[in-house]
Design a protein around this ligand. Sequence first.
Ligand code: TRP
Ligand code: SF4
Length: 520
Amino acid sequence: MSELPNRSERPRVLSGMRPTGKLHLGNYMGALANWVKLQDQYECYFFIADWHALTTDYADPGKLQSKTLDVAMDWLAAGLDPNKSTIFIQSHVPQHAELHLLFSMMTPLGWLERVPTYKEQQENLKGKDLSTYGFLGYPLLQAADILVYQAQYVPVGQDQVAHVELTREVARRFNSLYRSQVFPEPEALLTPSPKLPGTDGRKMSKSYGNAIGISESPMGVMFKVQSMSTGGQRIRQTDPGDPDLCPVGELHKIFSIPEVIAETRNGCRTATIRCESCKTEAGRSVCNVTEPIHVRRAMLELDVERIWEQLRSDSVNKAARRAEETMISVRAIFDISHSLGFTRRLSSATPEEQDKIRDLSAYTDWWDLPRDQRSRVLRDYWRDKLVPYDIPLSQEGNRAFSTIERELEEPFLTARKKRVFVTTSRDLNQGDKWEFEIPARSYEIWTLLCWRNSDKSLHDFVLPQKAFLSDFSLAKKSAKKEEKIPVSILKIEGNRYFLSIAGKTGKDITAFERDYQPLG
Ligand code: TRP
Ligand code: SF4
C-alpha cells in the first residue's frame, strides 16, 4: 500500500508535553499539528510528561489526572492516532525514572545549573519554591525520556532546544565513559511556529488568560475572537487601520485562505470593512480548525474510561517494551544484576483476566482480513500483548524484499539471541486441530499461535527445541530445499495437546502452553 518502510524501521521520533489541561491554538500550531503530520513518516512516541509537571507543581498535585486526561483527549481529537503512534503517560513507563536515576550518577551538577531554563523559570515562577532537587533535574529527566527510546528526532519548539542539547551531551558522556554506542545523539526537529497572538494581543498563553482552546465550541471561539484587541486601532470605524499591527490581522495570516486575507487587509486599510465583520471572518477561519476537533472531543468525552483504558494498555506495553530494550543494555553496563526479569507482564493478572486478554472476539474488523494478513496481525498481537515485558524481541532478516509471507518467516531474536519463529494456524474451522507450515530451517524456539474460531480465543504454545528437534530433523532431512514442513497441533484425550510433525504424532506439549520460560 505504501512505499514507506515498516513503522518499526523508520527513524524514531519522540516528544512530550506537560499536562497543562486543555490545549490552545499556540500548542497546536507550535507542536501538535506538526506531530500529526510526522506520524505517517516516523515511528513516533508521544507522551504526557506528568512527572515533569510535578517538578513545578509538587505542592499542588490534585489536578494531575484530570489535566492529563484533558491533554490526551485533545491529542486524539486533533488527530494523533493510536494506530500510528505510541501515545502514553510518562509515569506508566518506569524505565524513564530508572534511566534518570542512573544518569544522575554521571551528570555534573554544573551542566544542569547552566541550562538557561533553570534560572529563567525560577525567575518566572517566583511564587513557587523551585530550589529543589527535582526541578534542577528537569532537563535530565527529559534526557532520559528521549534516550530511553534511543530516539533520533525530537520535534520541539525553540524553548526546548537547550534541553535537547543537554540530552546530546549526556548521550556523549555516557557513550564515552562506558565505551559504548548505546545512545544516538538526538536532533531537535524545530517546529516553525508562527507568532500567535492571544485575545489581548500578547503571546497566546494559558497563564495570561488570553488563549483560545483547540477544542472549544464554535460559539466560544467566535465570542473570543469578537472580543479581541485590535491593537488600539480603528476606534472610529471610519479610520483606516494597519492589519499588520492588529492581532486579528495575525490570526487571518495564520488561519484564513488567501482570498479572505486579501479582502480583509484591503478593507482594513481603506476602512471599508468593519472590525466586527473582519473578526467574524477570522473567527470562521479559526473554527475551520477547531470545530472538527471540538466535535471529535465531544465524542471522546462520551467514553472517558475507554481513553484511560487505551492509555493504560496497548501503548504502554509498546513503549515499555522499547524502553526495556534500552535498559537491558544500560543495566548491563552499570553491572546491575537484575533485569526486570521476574516482573511478568501478566504476573498481577488473575486467571480470568488472562483469559480475557486472550479473548479475541472484539477484533471483528481484522477477522475479515485475508488470511496472511490476519496471521501478521495475530503475531503482532502476541508480541505486543502476550509476551512478558522482560523478553524484548527484535526482528531478524532482510526486509528489502519482504512480502507478508516472508515477514512472517523471519524469526524474532530474544535478548539472548535465541531465534524465535512465530507462526499462526492455517486452519480456522476445526476446534481440535491446528495446522502450520514451518520452513526447514533451524530455530531455537517455535511459537505456535492457534486461534479457535468457536470462541475466538488464542492459545500460544512456546516450544523449546527439545520439544520438536528430533522429529523435525528427520523431516528436514527428507525435505527439499525451500520446502515447508507440515506441523500440527492436535487436541486429543479431552484436553491434552500433541505435536505432530510431517504426519508423525509425537510429544505431548500441553505443558508448553503459555510458557515463556525458554524465551528469556
Ligand atoms: N519539557 C517539555 C516542555 O515543557 C516537555 C517534555 C518532557 C519533552 N520530556 C520531553 C519534550 C522529551 C520533548 C522530549 O514542553
Ligand atoms: Fe484589525 Fe480587522 Fe479591525 Fe483591521 S479591520 S483593525 S485587521 S480587526
